[in-house]
Design a protein around this ligand. Structure first.
Ligand code: PGA
Length: 268
């Protein structure tokens, strides 16, 4: 059976969500501020997008104080929901108290370090319970022709969202990031927007099984993986994505500016 059947689902979202994942960059606070200020200047002029900057934990306090349209997100969160003897961990409550609005959970680079669907499920639950918006990353390592990757994605979703009620899921955002498309090795290359669209339809169908049709329609689905100013518009328009998760190009002031402006021109 074909893994995909075209059905059109529309979140009816008014704003595209553009998330900058700085990963383990930049090297100092001074550089982080320059990068943040540049994004802030542009974002303050754009009203049709929601811009979220996810810097490393150590810059969150400083950048979080800056008043602007930019929202701050964390790149990860602890699985533990109570403060205590957990060396090196940062809790969802700490993030919330700092004014952080979003948290990325389940990024493939964290999965590579050993994070399991079970851990991700706990992190999503803790974060959503505290009112944080969760950017839940999913995506296959390989896109095979037989559609086995679809089963892989289904498992990531079903195990990641296990036991979470619709009252929590309303603050969920899915980031579809095919691992092979994420920049970082010579072979990585962005997905094509039409294919990404098909996968987003599949994701929404899977979500429907878990959270019901109405809720599933409202969950934004972002695309991530080698997004740049040339393909951003295509993913948002042809790919009908609700937003983008931008890695390396979010560290390039000019590129990120262009991506935000393109997204704003497409958002309503
Ligand atoms: P990339 O990273 O845009 O550099 O491919 C995206 C991500 O890993 O979130």
């Amino acid at each position: 059976m074909a893994w995909f059947r075209v059905l059109k689902y529309n979140t009816g979202m008014s704003k595209k969500i553009i998330v900058a994942n700085w990963k383990m960059n930049p090297v100092g606070l001074k550089e982080a501020k320059v990068l943040f200020d540049s994004a802030k200047k542009i974002a303050n002029k754009l009203s049709s997008i929601e811009t979220v900057i996810c810097p490393p934990f150590i810059y969150l306090t400083e950048l979080g104080y800056s008043m602007s349209k930019l929202k701050i997100g964390a790149q990860d969160v602890s699985v533990f929901d109570f403060e205590g003897a957990h060396t090196g961990e940062v809790s969802a409550k700490m993030l919330k108290n700092l004014g952080v609005k979003y948290v990325i959970v389940g990024h493939s680079e964290r999965r590579k370090l050993g994070e399991t669907n079970e851990t991700i499920n706990k992190k999503i639950g803790v974060s959503l319970s505290l009112g944080l918006k969760v950017i839940f990353c999913i995506g296959e390592e390989k896109r095979d022709k037989d559609g086995k990757f679809a089963e892989f994605i289904e498992t990531q979703i079903s195990e990641g969202l296990k036991g979470l009620g619709n009252d929590l899921v309303k603050n969920l955002i899915i980031a579809y990031e095919p691992v092979w498309a994420i920049s970082g090795n010579a072979k990585s290359k962005a997905d094509n927007p039409e294919e990404a669209f098909k996968v987003s339809v599949l994701i929404r169908k899977i979500l429907m099984e878990f959270v019901g049709n109405e809720m599933a329609r409202k969950i934004p689905i972002l695309y991530g993986g080698s997004v740049n100013s040339e393909n951003a518009g295509k993913f948002l328009k042809d790919g009908q994505m609700d937003g983008l998760l931008v890695g390396s190009k979010s560290l390039d002031k000019e590129e990120f500016k262009k991506i935000l402006e393109i997204a704003n021109s497409i958002g309503r």
